[in-house]
Unconditional design. Structure first.
Ligand SMILES: Nc1nc2c(ncn2[C@@H]2O[C@H](COP(=O)(O)OP(=O)(O)OP(=O)(O)O)[C@@H](O)[C@H]2O)c(=O)[nH]1
Ligand SMILES: [Mg+2]
Length: 461
């Protein structure tokens, strides 16, 4: 990607009515442009870095002040893009922000492309690719935990881990290269099995740890989809409302109340959970309800977690049993509802029918048992990922693909070493593994990857 010398500008805050709006200018010409469009209240000789300056943006045609603003300058290289950066805090409103932007563009800046400020920060070595991606995660974070993870990636945690692995790999590669260049010298003769062990310990093992943590990405960043399923009238919508702590779904004593799929996001012990309420399962005649029941069944196959609800104040029927046969036992929690009413279902029947399913007794009417339900949901989700506590570094799909590629080359190198293959083939695999690692931080990588990542930002980022 060609680095462009032009000075760029954009509105950095969402366009709308508000207290302040921020415009950013970055590039060699930024200070010059600021001088053209800004008239300070008190005359100044030079703009100092990191100092706010009160004044007006001047309309070049009428020479009249357009808005009172605060302007600051951050001189290269101590700025976000490592270029000269000017920030203007104006009042916020669609027209005022676009008028100021127009004036800045007329004074010599070009409108920034989406993500271009970040792209410049990356190209100038201020951030690596994982940090640029962390900003997307941070903006889209759905839970406290995803904010924390994104912040740690933004601080460079993933980049540092990758660099550690890369350094270990470079050391190994140096040994292998030496034994190719000076095959007869004793100091460079190396034992294949020894190097293979080193590859495993200092590169493959940490890579595999990162790959294992990937499985948690969906949990923390995107949220787990949990479907509430059960036969009609068992109290599914009431349970949804309780978990949301709000009356969102319609609840009535009439069987078949819910026809559509309802979805709401809720935070359970810090986990973002997408709760899906479905139509109760029963024999249906009407077209609308049939559609609802079909949708409910299809949700069972896509959900990460099933909350299977039964009504303890009634006997089980064929629909309960049919649902039980459909759910994935590994990802299901049994909710025994309506415990405030006299029981018609014995412990014995529940035990023999639902066997090892983790279960929670609740009353959606009184709220009893919901603390336990939250805990059960939390531990089921993390348990299925075989993780008790969340990982501190979680790669995204792009990182995962590069890590998988690196692992494959490293495994090849290791096998070839053990089988006594020529050192040249080992060196080649190690080099490819190094390239794959460098794709992650962006030291190596195609233009396509860069434009893919940076175009996901909006203009002004
Ligand atoms: N006593 C008692 N009544 C409950 C409880 N949970 C739900 N109900 C009642 O059971 C009836 C059905 O509740 P819903 O939440 O609509 O049940 P549903 O499973 O969503 O029903 P459909 O959408 O028709 O499949 C309503 O009259 C609720 O007030 C509970 O824990 N105790
Ligand atoms: Mg319902």
């Amino acid at each position: 990607m060609d680095y462009e010398e032009e000075t760029i500008a954009a509105i950095a805050t969402p366009i709308g009515v508000g207290g302040i709006g921020i415009l950013k200018i970055s590039g060699n010409n930024a200070e010059n442009i600021a001088r053209k469009v800004f008239r300070p209240k008190r005359s100044i000789k030079s703009f100092d870095s990191f100092r706010l300056c009160l004044g007006h943006i001047i309309d070049p045609k009428s020479k009249l002040p357009l808005d009172e603003v605060l302007l600051s300058i951050m001189h290269a290289p101590f700025s976000y893009t490592r270029e000269d950066v000017v920030e203007i805090n104006s009042h916020s409103g669609y027209t005022i922000l676009s008028n100021i932007l127009q004036i800045i563009l007329q004074a010599g800046a070009r409108l920034a492309k989406p993500g271009e400020f970040k792209l410049r920060a990356f190209l100038n070595g201020r951030i690596d690719l994982t940090q640029a991606e962390a900003i997307v995660d941070l903006i889209n974070a759905k839970s406290d935990m995803s904010v924390r993870l994104a912040a740690s990636q933004l601080a460079g945690a993933l980049g540092t881990r990758i660099e550690e692995i890369r350094q270990a790999l470079i050391k190994i590669l140096a040994k292998v290269d030496a034994s190719i260049d000076f095959p007869d010298e004793e100091s460079t003769t190396i034992k294949g099995s020894h190097i293979a062990r080193q590859i495993n310990k200092s590169t493959l093992k940490p890579i595999k740890e990162l790959l294992a943590a990937y499985s948690q990405r969906k949990v923390w960043h995107e949220g787990v989809a949990a479907v509430i399923a059960g036969r009609v009238n068992v109290g599914k919508s009431s349970i949804l409302n309780r978990l949301l702590q709000e009356e969102r779904a319609i609840v009535t004593p009439i069987p078949g109340t819910t026809r559509d799929i309802l979805e709401y996001t809720v935070n359970i012990e810090g986990l973002p959970l997408r709760l899906i309420d479905t139509a109760g399962i029963r024999k249906v005649k009407g077209k609308v309800e049939k559609k609802g029941v079909d949708l409910a069944k299809s949700q069972l196959t896509v959900a990460d977690l099933t909350l299977l609800v039964i009504d303890r104040s009634r006997r089980l029927n064929e629909h309960d049993l049919k649902l039980l046969s459909k759910v994935d036992q590994e990802t299901t929690i049994l909710i025994i509802n309506k415990i405030d009413l006299p029981a018609k279902l014995s412990e014995k029947t529940i035990n023999s029918t639902f066997r090892d399913l983790p279960r929670v007794n609740v009353s959606a009417l009184t709220g009893e048992g919901f603390k336990n339900l939250n805990k059960a949901i939390f531990s089921k989700i993390l348990d299925n990922k075989r993780q008790i506590s969340p990982a501190s570094i979680i790669p995204n799909l792009r990182h995962k693909m590069a890590l998988t590629k690196a692992a494959k080359f490293l495994e090849n190198a290791s096998t070839n070493l053990i089988n006594g293959f020529p050192m040249e083939t080992v060196a080649a695999d190690l080099c490819w593994a190094k390239d794959a690692l460098e794709e992650i931080t962006g030291n190596k990588g195609s233009e396509e990857v860069l434009s893919d990542i940076f175009s996901t930002f909006c203009i002004g980022k």
